[in-house]
Design a protein. Structure first.
Length: 159
């Protein structure tokens, strides 16, 4: 790795650490010529994933938009930013690992709902009501009934 101070091509790695999500590696390097230290980051090169919107338009996948949607659903709920960040990271991992160059906004919405379902029922219903565009109270009640059935099935399996 080329030294940013003197341009020498010889440096040694002094320390390597992976970030919490395992998506990059931080390396502290020391130049063999001038002795100065500098930091480099190593990340996986990925091709951008395009999101196909409902109207057919396409835009680059943006985890920030996913985070904003989750934060709105979790507003005034006892959910930490750490939990929200973990959900976003998991959704991003699934989108990027899908090996698809294009995914639908519906698919991303379903991934968000899957994460919220495991974290907070109220946040899940809030998000689902927007994502699935509930037309009336009966549609909302049906979604809540399905959620209750799923939770009951999961609790029966744990017994």
């Amino acid at each position: 790795m080329k030294c940013i101070y003197c341009g020498c091509m010889d440096s040694k790695v002094v320390d390597s650490r992976q970030n919490e999500e395992g998506t990059s590696i931080r390396r502290r390097r020391e130049c063999e010529s001038c002795g100065k230290r500098f930091t480099t980051y190593e990340t996986i090169e990925s091709t951008p994933v395009l999101v196909i919107k409902k109207d057919g338009s396409r835009q680059t996948f943006d985890p920030g938009k996913v985070k904003i949607g989750i934060m709105k659903a979790c507003e005034k709920r006892p959910i930490s930013m750490t939990a929200i960040d973990k959900m976003v990271t998991e959704i991003q991992r699934k989108v990027l690992n899908s090996l698809e160059q294009e995914v639908s906004s519906k698919y991303i919405g379903e991934l968000v709902m899957e994460q919220l379902r495991d974290v907070d029922d109220v946040a899940y219903v809030r998000y689902a009501s927007v994502h699935r565009q509930f037309k009336d109270i009966n549609t909302l009640l049906n979604e809540i009934e399905e959620l209750v059935k799923l939770k009951d099935q999961l609790s029966d399996k744990k017994k």
